[in-house]
Design a protein around this ligand. Sequence first.
Ligand SMILES: [Zn+2]
Length: 286
Amino acid sequence: MYSIWLLEYAHVQKQHIGSVLSGQHNKGYRELAFTYMLLKGNGLTILIDTGTNGENEATLKLHKRDGVLDWQPPSKVLAKVGIKPEDVDYILISHAHYDHINNMQAFPKAHFFVQEKEILGWVWAMTREKKFRFPNMALNNQDIFDALHLIVENRMTLVDGEVKNVLPDIDLYPAYDGHSFGSQIIVINNPDGIWENVGDLAYVQENLTGIDNTGTYVPVGLAVGSPYNLIKSLDDMMKIANNDMHRIIIGHEPNNWTKFPTKKYDDGLHVAEIALAEGDKSIFVK
Ligand SMILES: [Zn+2]
């Protein structure tokens, strides 16, 4: 069994709703959480995504553009659950947008797993003429250069499609040509039930429930691929969860802080305790 914590490392106060729910223009703003997920169990410390490096100049520009506030480094964020960045053994990357992959260098001992199509897709996109690079807007080119370095240093494994037990009790399901070239759904098979980290295949709960709970999936507002592929990935995550939405963790969705036992810290950031294995210390115990 894995203990699971969802760790907020920054947030956005005012995100246009039209950018998280496709076609919902002039509907105002939503708050978004920026998170990574920590798994501890089977003798391993695993992270899903890396967050950003708010001390890097190029990243700061992206933070400013996107209204990303209150950023804290992994050393501070992970300390809330008693972990140091150098304790992290493995990192599963949901996709290569900067808010998910930008801080790989903060984890000197980690080995990474990402879909092959994700990295090669962005390499291809980066080689297009400038006029075709609109889909690269959430990409930080340096992250892909860094990923290629990690690959040749044998610290990053490229996986091809669905992988069962990539690590003990953890499965990967690809989502091609939707939000990105090769996003993946990461499934944790815990005795308390399965938990899914869906990256940005959903931004908020309404992507799954539909507007006003109509039950019609709404694609996210940013994609390299087709609306149908986005909708298919939403349906895949529902099928994996046996239609139990509680099992689907949407990392940008602030309702995680009311859905799960959550502590808010003095820095304004939250930690949700999604599962706690025997012997691990709860964030609620002093
Ligand atoms: Zn994101």
